[in-house]
Design a protein around this ligand. Structure first.
Ligand SMILES: NC(=O)c1ccc[n+]([C@@H]2O[C@H](COP(=O)([O-])OP(=O)(O)OC[C@H]3O[C@@H](n4cnc5c(N)ncnc54)[C@H](O)[C@@H]3O)[C@@H](O)[C@H]2O)c1
Length: 398
């Protein structure tokens, strides 16, 4: 069987963002191409047209398909014959630009992989959901932590009842890189993340708490009911939160906490999730992602390693592995698992028939809406002295 069967060819990526000096665009290109199922064909790589074109050789993009802007890319690519034009657009730009780029791409009929948070605010997210619903394109949001094999393993275990009823989710994403005012030095990634006109209503909460919240939802499927949140900006002069905690009540009576920090000395990307059920608990940390601890009172603690051949692995966990146990897999591979699922969906659409939008293994536009609602309600709760606010959105109903 050829790759991306029945297409039997590589899918063509149009990358937006990822220009020189940027971070996540390069990761998208590596993740998309890791399994030899895609090629970076076109790009609008920077907000600056000259830098965009100058960055194209870094991706081996033909100069004729190195565009000065995303509009130019979408217009030109849509006019190319079907056998040449890009198949999907990856949106890897700062938050305030996601909506216009993603919406234009969807409306032009391209599949989209959009980074998080999906949009600048909830209204944009709801509008994008509407556009995706009207279309027949695949739309993913790169909450890439959902792609780790042991996260997929844990999800199948939890949804299959192995931990019993879920009582608690503790999810925390702790960084230290914004301990000082890097934005005052105009550091590229810090500058837009701490600027409310580019980042959105939240800082650390939009940037990393959205991942922490999403992962708990993804792993347990628990439906949120309400939220109370406290946000702080500890670095003098900073306009958005750099620390915060949200407490979440779930509809089943469970409780969750989401903590995000960007000001904790020495902490890198310490994203950890712990889940307590009536029959067992588990813990996973992204800085040691090939291990997960499962505990049950009265029994020895179990360390699950990422081992595709291991009898402890279930179908979802094993299917997300590429290497035998002991050869570390991490960020790129997990990211590539999102792309792999997107490519499966694109290939399936090529067989005819509608695209599944809601019930997907990759985070989708509904998850994107939920993320924006979470940010909005957390910011509003903080303004109202941590008042309890609803966290029920239609997008969470599956
Ligand atoms: N999923 C993850 O793990 C993860 C990690 C980091 C960042 N992100 C998200 O990815 C996005 C980008 O973050 P980053 O840290 O890579 O930012 P960055 O500042 O390093 O890079 C952004 C790039 O986008 C380009 N750009 C800006 N506006 C553009 C436009 N209109 N058209 C084309 N290019 C444009 C910039 O020139 C730059 O090359 C953000 O939304 C962020 O939240 C996600």
């Amino acid at each position: 069987m050829g790759i991306n069967s029945p297409l039997n060819r590589k899918l063509r990526m149009g990358l937006v963002g990822g220009g020189q000096g940027s971070f996540i665009g390069r990761v998208h290109s590596i993740a998309a191409c890791l399994d030899n199922r895609a090629v970076v064909t076109a790009g609008a790589l920077s907000s600056n047209p000259e830098r965009s074109k100058a960055s194209a050789p870094d991706y081996d993009i033909d100069p004729a398909r190195a565009y000065g802007s995303y509009q130019e890319m979408l217009d030109a690519e849509a006019k190319l014959p079907e056998g040449e034009r890009i198949d999907f657009v990856s949106v890897t730009t700062p938050n305030h630009t996601h909506f216009e780029i993603a919406k234009a791409a969807v409306e032009a009929g391209f599949h989209v992989v959009c980074d998080k948070p999906m949009t600048f605010d909830l209204a944009q997210a709801e509008s994008l959901l509407e556009s995706v619903q009207k279309s027949n394109v695949v739309f993913a949001v790169t909450h890439n932590y959902t792609g780790y094999p042991l996260i997929r393993q844990a999800r199948e275990m939890i949804l299959g009842g192995e931990l019993g009823e879920i009582n608690a989710i503790r999810s925390q994403y702790i960084q230290g890189w914004l301990r000082t005012s890097l934005e005052a030095e105009d550091q590229k990634q810090a500058a837009w993340r701490t600027d409310p006109s580019k980042s959105g209503a939240a800082g650390a909460f939009g940037d990393i708490a959205t991942h922490a919240y999403n992962l708990g939802r993804y792993m347990t499927g628990l439906l949120p009911d309400s939220v109370s949140c406290s946000l702080k900006s500890f670095v003098e002069g900073r306009r958005l939160d750099d620390y915060g905690t949200a407490v979440i009540r779930y509809e089943n009576g469970g409780l969750g906490t989401v903590t995000a920090s960007q000001i904790s000395h020495g902490r890198e990307n310490d994203f950890e999730i712990e889940i307590d059920g009536t029959k067992g608990s588990l813990r996973w940390r992204q800085e040691n992602p090939n291990e997960m601890i499962v505990r049950r009172n009265g029994s020895p603690h179990q360390i699950y390693t990422r081992d595709p051949g291991g009898s402890h692995m279930n179908g979802s966990g094993a299917a997300a592995c590429r290497l035998p146990a002991g050869h570390p897999e991490a960020f790129f591979e997990a990211f590539a698992n999102i792309y792999a699922a997107v490519f499966d969906a694109i290939a399936k659409r090529a067989e005819g028939g509608p695209v599944e939008k809601r019930d997907t293994i990759y985070p989708n536009v509904f998850d994107g809406v939920e993320g924006m609602y979470f940010i909005q309600q957390c910011v509003e709760s903080n303004i109202q002295n941590s008042a309890w606010l609803p966290l029920k959105h239609e997008a969470a109903r599956r």
